[in-house]
Write a new protein. Structure first.
Lengths: 338, 359
């Protein structure tokens, strides 16, 4: 919207026009990269002024803690989407990871962590191999994963009726232990975000992910290892979803079987709201983190309003998503014109 | 952003018209759905007399401090989307009773069937200074983070309709709800009567992971095993307490088990889904005997129409009993560790008369 109003005063001189276009492109880039962050900042300020209980440490902690699990999954999804793919299996891998972690916790912390990582990582790896080697659509391959993995979880938990409890205090502490008022998963998510940021921006692997998502054919011609890179991003996505599930099981002290339904869509929404192009080739980790926090803040604000039914949360989140997609469309059109 | 005054009024007028129209719709629907419910109509009745059996809890034992309920912030966390009559009646009952008692600061959240959201919802209710929490839990396990926060602040939690697997009078205060095991047994009794003690029965199970499904299943199976060995349970699958899912499962059922005689649906929504599936398959009313649990208006109407054989009630009007229990607790009286309500049942002739009681 801002960009539109800036272009409206039409100058005749071409120089002025290019200057305006450059400015418009600059603002566009800024919006694309930091739009979610800007909206997040605005909402936090508005919420703090409007509601007594919004900016309290306790409420902030609840937003950040609940967002940390979504954030861990969204990190993997960011790589997948930048590479031009999609991973619909993360919601199912999240719940499977939780059930496996709770089950494995009977045998100690190491098993509780390694079992979900090994199984979910394998699923990610297999999906990646199928997508990269056969060229099948990621949407279909990971949709099969979504169904199959949830089925496996139901089989393991007696149709979901058996909830394994985490009796191992050391493993439970991993999800419940606190440092400066925030539980460990927040710090784990923050550390992983930093790691992913470096991986995406500062390594050859990150450059390859961008290259494949931008133009796969060109990337192949340039000698980018397309297959290897693709397999790695799906492996990463599976591992991170499994890890998030395991940490969540530690937090809840049980392998709850009804989690993660539709979670993949929340994750994709957060990534796209964070400015990552659904068509691939562009995106950032910071944007994704802002997108995740934005969804968390919207939920908190709706809860503050109290009597407003929670359905509005979905309306508002959906509205933001629509705005972002429209903005991205306009921006990419503008860039093509230039 | 700035609008001219004229446009403002026009927008306001349109908005008002929309609201009025919506209110009109809602009202007309309401009158057909639940006619003139008086204050006491369909109210929950306690089965186990208060303080009668089992351990009890007092304010001193719980370790809380007395507060004025009217002035307090009270949080209610609903679990599922308000798309089925049980949830609608439950939330409305809590809201109505709070309004009646003059509780100003009632905060209501709805987890939309997402468990992670319900945990965050309750944590945010605590962050908003809730002094009493009424929770309709989506799942029985996984409440650790909430229970830790609440017990650190000595906030009493009353769970309604489903249980939380934790310690009463400690992690949470008490549970108010039906005896689901008994509901299963009574459903079995009705099914045995409907089938004369022999035949093949299918079970549409509720959502996994909560005590309601487990107990309604176990109560039914054990009663059938004990009372009617001639009845064989030849099919069971989850319909997740949802109408569409109940319909879908029943469609598969009549394909795979065409000789089925009875269907036990663990809630009314799934039973109504089953009716749709049976109609689609060309069955007549009464061909297959359906027994279900809940007592929604549509299901009781289903008995009148002949499609359902019997409905065991599960009363969702938790408002009066929840706040009464809370008030007693705050007044220092002993309250039981679980408050079990008594439920009606609808079958045959009682169905038509019972339509007014149904929700």
């Amino acid at each position: 919207m801002m960009t539109d109003s800036e272009v409206l005063p039409a100058h005749d001189a071409p120089a002025a026009r290019t200057a305006a276009a450059a400015r418009r492109e600059h603002v566009g880039r800024l919006l694309q990269h930091h739009g979610a962050l800007i909206v997040l900042a605005v909402l936090v300020v508005v919420g703090s002024v409007a509601f007594d209980f919004f900016a309290t440490p306790e409420n902030a902690a609840s937003v950040v803690v609940s967002s940390s699990f979504l954030a861990i999954i969204a990190l993997g999804m960011t790589f997948v989407i930048i590479s031009g793919g999609i991973d619909l299996s993360v919601g199912s891998l999240f719940v499977l990871g939780g059930v496996l972690a709770a089950y494995g916790s009977q045998a100690g912390v190491v098993v509780a962590l390694l079992l979900p990582l090994a199984v979910c990582g394998t699923f990610g790896l297999v999906q990646g191999l199928i997508i990269a080697r056969t060229g099948m659509a990621p949407f279909i391959v990971t949709l099969a994963g979504l169904l199959g993995v949830r089925g496996l979880m139901l089989a393991l938990s007696n149709e979901g009726a058996t909830t394994y409890l985490v009796k191992n205090p050391a493993f439970a502490a991993l999800g419940q232990g606190e440092l400066f008022g925030l539980t460990y998963p927040v710090y784990i998510a923050a550390a992983l975000a930093l790691l992913c940021m470096l991986l995406l921006q500062r390594t050859g692997f990150g450059q390859n992910v961008f290259a494949i998502g931008g133009n796969e054919h060109a990337a192949t011609l340039m000698g980018v290892p397309v297959v290897r890179t693709k397999v790695l991003v799906y492996l990463m996505s599976g591992l991170l979803a499994g890890l998030a599930g395991a940490l969540n099981a530690a937090r809840l002290s049980s392998g709850v079987t009804i989690l993660g339904i539709g979670l993949e869509l929340d994750v994709i929404a957060a990534v796209v709201i964070g400015g990552t192009l659904l068509t691939g080739g562009a995106g950032s980790v910071t944007g994704t983190v802002s997108g995740v926090l934005l969804l968390g803040v919207i939920q908190s604000l709706i809860n503050q309003i109290g009597d407003l039914t929670s359905s509005f949360q979905q309306v508002v989140s959906g509205g933001f998503l629509a705005l972002v997609v429209i903005a991205q469309r306009l921006l990419s059109k503008a860039q093509r014109l230039n | 952003m700035t609008m001219e005054p004229g446009r403002h009024t026009r927008t306001a007028a349109i908005a008002l018209a929309v609201v009025l129209a919506a209110a009109g719709c809602a009202k007309s629907e309401e009158t057909t759905a639940a006619p003139a419910a008086s204050d006491t109509q369909g109210r929950q009745v306690v089965q186990t007399p208060t303080g009668d059996a089992g351990p009890t809890c007092t304010l001193a034992k719980f370790g809380g401090t007395k507060f004025d309920l009217k002035a307090a912030t009270v949080g209610f966390s609903q679990s599922e989307k308000e798309a089925n009559p049980f949830r609608i009646a439950e939330t409305r009952s809590i809201k109505d009773e709070a309004a009646k008692l003059g509780i100003q600061k009632l905060r209501v959240t709805n987890a939309q069937s997402q468990f992670s959201k319900q945990i965050t919802d309750v944590q945010q209710l605590i962050a908003q200074g809730a002094q009493l929490l009424v929770i309709a839990p989506l799942n029985s396990d996984g409440w650790e983070p909430v229970l830790q926060q609440a017990s650190a602040k000595k906030i009493p939690i009353i769970t309604v309709d489903r249980k939380i697997n934790a310690t009463s009078c400690g992690d949470y205060l008490t549970f108010i709800g039906s005896n689901f095991y008994e509901q299963g047994r009574r459903a079995a009794d009705q099914m045995i009567k409907a089938l004369d003690g022999k035949g093949k029965v299918a079970i549409l199970l509720g959502a996994p992971g909560n005590n309601v499904t487990t107990e309604r299943t176990n109560g039914f199976k054990e009663q059938v095993r004990k009372q009617a060995p001639g009845i064989e349970i030849s099919f069971e699958q989850t319909g997740e307490f949802a109408r569409e899912k109940g319909q879908q499962v029943t469609e598969q059922l009549i394909q795979s088990n065409p000789d089925i005689n009875g269907i036990y649906a663990e809630n009314d929504e799934m039973a109504l889904g089953a009716v749709t599936a049976l109609k689609g398959a060309g069955k007549e009313a009464g061909d297959i005997k359906i027994v279900s649990v809940d007592g929604t208006r549509s299901a009781v109407q289903g008995i009148v129409d002949g499609w359902l054989y019997s409905v065991i009630e599960s009363n969702p009007r938790f408002g009066p009993l929840a706040f009464e229990t809370a008030q007693k607790f705050l007044d220092g009286q002993a309250i039981p560790d679980k408050v079990i309500i008594s439920d009606r049942e609808y079958a045959g002739d009682t169905a038509k008369a019972g339509l007014d009681e149904a929700y």
